[in-house]
Ligand binder design. Structure first.
Ligand code: NAD
Ligand code: IPM
Ligand code: MN
Length: 332
């Protein structure tokens, strides 16, 4: 596998090396292609991502990404949005499930759902008019964009509980009517049991009774907000992995950002990055290796090996080392 590796900024520079140690422990045939992107590069060169970087990312089988910091420049074009659009990765997949030994805000509870976030349009269209007295962002919902994300979610639902919940705000935002109609039709066509909820009351329902949900499909910004919120159910933002999937490309990253408030301290939780690596391995067809990574993460957490956000005393690299060591012993 030819793998582009973007550490990025802040804690990206800590959690990705920890996850790469885990990858190395699996002894797979991986050609690593380091790519520098983000705020650090912008400070050095005036550009956070170049056309050549995009070509490099496209040439690799997939991308493993840490996080980038958004520079304080009003004309800055988001690195992440550029990559998602250029590589047309329309599906942002965010699985949310409890981890052993970790308690979220509901304590020990049993839930297992996936947020399928539309990743290329909605309020992230980039079509904006910024003025002194008024600013506008165009919310784009297309039939094709809605159809492909809904079909992706239906396919995922069929491999799970065959239940889809469509989350929208069509009572107020009329563009969501199209998203809702197209998603409903996709569910009917696929034979998936479906219903819909308005995003505001849905957010309440999700955080109070998450076990009621299986696959959730929603538009870009709602999916962004609902996924960070769901981190509270699991036990922290350092625990949520994600995959950005398109027809040709795939990109794996923690849900969290560059966490400037803790960057450089060696205390960032690498579990989100390591579970993103697990998603990468599954996508690439290395199912046995993905299962070993998950088993190793579970084993570490069961032994109380965790960073301070989970009440532990271990550093980022120590957690990575212990998980890698477990894998080495396991596959010997
Ligand atoms: P953030 O996710 O970086 O941090 C939010 C909170 O969660 C912070 O208190 C942080 O310390 C904590 N946290 C995050 N990851 C953690 C980890 N692995 N272990 C322990 N604690 C962790 O969100 P933010 O502070 O709103 O954003 C910071 C910067 O990151 C901004 O510039 C934002 O634009 C960027 N960002 C980038 C990405 C990305 O590149 N994928 C995603 C989100 C935000
Ligand atoms: C995420 C992040 C990004 C988003 C930002 C950094 C562009 O918050 O991946 O969730 O909003 O999609
Ligand atoms: Mn986000």
């Amino acid at each position: 596998m030819k793998l582009a590796i973007v550490e990025g900024d802040g804690v990206g520079k800590e959690v990705i090396p920890a996850a790469i140690e885990v990858l190395d422990a699996l002894c797979l045939d991986v050609e690593k292609v380091p790519v520098e992107l983000g705020y650090g590069k912008w400070e050095k060169t005036g550009s956070a991502i170049t056309d050549e970087d995009i070509v490099t990312l496209k040439e690799c089988d997939c991308v493993f990404f840490g996080a980038v910091t958004t520079p304080p420049d009003p004309n800055y074009k988001s690195v992440l949005l550029t990559i998602r659009k250029e590589l047309d990765m329309y599906a942002n997949i965010r699985p949310i499930r409890p981890l052993p030994g970790v308690h979220g805000i509901l304590g020990r509870s049993n839930f297992n759902f996936v947020i399928v976030r539309e990743n290329t349009e909605g309020l992230y269209s980039g079509i904006e008019e910024i003025g002194e007295n008024a600013s506008y962002t165009k919310r784009v919902i297309t039939k094709e964009g809605s159809r492909r994300i809904a079909e992706y979610a239906c396919k995922l639902a069929k491999s799970r509980q065959n239940e889809l919940i469509i989350v929208h705000k069509s009572n107020v935002i009329k563009s969501d009517r199209l998203f809702l109609d197209v998603s409903r039709q996709a569910a009917i066509d696929a034979g998936v049991v479906h219903r819909d909820e308005l995003v505001d009351s849905f957010a309440y329902n999700l955080i109070t009774s998450p076990w009621k949900y299986d696959v959730i499909v929603t538009t870009n910004l709602f999916g962004d907000i609902l996924s960070d919120m769901s981190g509270a159910l699991v036990g922290g933002l350092g625990l949520l992995p994600s995959a950005n999937i398109g027809t040709k490309h795939a990109f794996f990253e923690p849900v969290h950002g560059s966490a400037p408030d803790i960057a450089g301290e060696g205390i960032a939780n690498p579990i989100a990055a390591i579970l993103s690596l697990k998603m990468l391995l599954e996508w690439h067809g290395n199912l046995a290796e993905a299962a070993i990574v998950e088993e190793a993460v579970d084993a570490a957490l069961n032994m109380g090996v965790c960073t301070p956000d989970l009440g532990g005393k271990y550093t980022t690299s120590e957690v990575g080392d212990i998980i890698a060591q477990y894998i080495k012993t396991r596959i010997e």
